[in-house]
Design a protein around this ligand. Structure first.
Ligand code: NDP
Length: 230
């Protein structure tokens, strides 16, 4: 049977690479992004993978849309759910200049959205489904040796807490959950000095996902398979 994979933030960066590699592997892919009609790379992929790629509009800041996504799925069950979309928020802001609204959008997209999306979709997960949450080593409190980046760090630490609870709560239905650090990846967010390509990052994460079982559910794992400290 074909693997059914849903990916958020599928139009560029790491999400787009997840689409490419999942399609190459033969998955049926539901690629979610804000504006499918402007997602040129996805449109090209749809042409080269007829009947394998479905483009769905999804604004993660509007959780009411998650119900539409459930209705779109109907009776179909997801084998893989890749909660990839994320935002960084203010870069290089010094202590003294933070405002409450710096937190609001980032928390909404990096924390509230993946939590409510998994909550909405969990009845639509196949028995042995695997959920990947794209976190970051910036969310590791142990690893924080440089301070700053309050908003992004806090959002990914909160996502880690959510992923751990999801792993426990979804265990009875057979769903495994992993929190990924994708590496420092060459994307709009990672910048051109980043150390690895999306291709290398996603190849690693897909390998980890294939090996993932309930025993490893709820772990924080680097793209190369190494477990990370919270
Ligand atoms: P990019 O900035 O390249 O892409 C972000 C994606 O998220 C885009 O598809 C974007 O869509 C989507 N997105 C943002 N806001 C929304 C929204 N409100 N609704 C729907 N989609 C939205 O980031 P990366 O590919 O680099 O990052 C992917 C994930 O990996 C993120 O969660 C990030 O935090 C994490 N990560 C990345 C690292 C890196 O080095 N690159 C390092 C550690 C973690 P749109 O085009 O519409 O804006």
């Amino acid at each position: 049977m074909t693997t059914l994979t849903l990916i958020t933030g599928a139009n560029r960066g790491i999400g787009l690479e997840f689409c490419r590699q999942s399609l190459a592997h033969g998955d049926t892919v539901i690629a979610c992004c804000r504006q499918p009609e402007q997602a040129d790379a996805l449109q090209q992929l749809a042409l080269s993978h007829p009947n394998q790629l479905e483009l769905v509009a999804l604004e993660l800041g509007e959780p009411a849309q998650f119900d539409n996504l459930c209705a779109y799925l109907g009776e179909r069950k997801l084998d893989r759910l890749i909660c990839n979309a994320g935002v960084y928020g203010p870069k290089g802001l010094p202590l003294g200049e933070y405002q409450a609204d710096h937190f609001e959008q980032v928390m909404k997209i990096n924390v509230t959205a993946p939590m409510l999306l998994v909550q909405a979709l969990h009845p639509h997960l196949a028995g042995d489904a695997k959920v990947a949450l794209l976190s970051s080593k910036m969310g590791s409190i142990t690893d924080n040796g440089s301070g700053g980046s309050y908003v992004y760090r806090a959002s990914k630490a909160a996502l880690n807490a959510i992923g751990k609870s999801l792993a426990i709560d979804l265990q009875p239905q057979g769903t495994s959950v992993v929190l990924f650090h994708p590496g420092w990846v060459q994307t709009a967010m990672g910048g051109s000095n980043a150390l690895i390509t999306p291709e290398v990052s996603v190849r690693g994460m897909r390998h980890v996902l294939e090996q993932l079982s309930l025993i490893d559910s709820g772990k924080f794992i680097n793209y190369d398979g190494v477990e990370l400290p919270w």
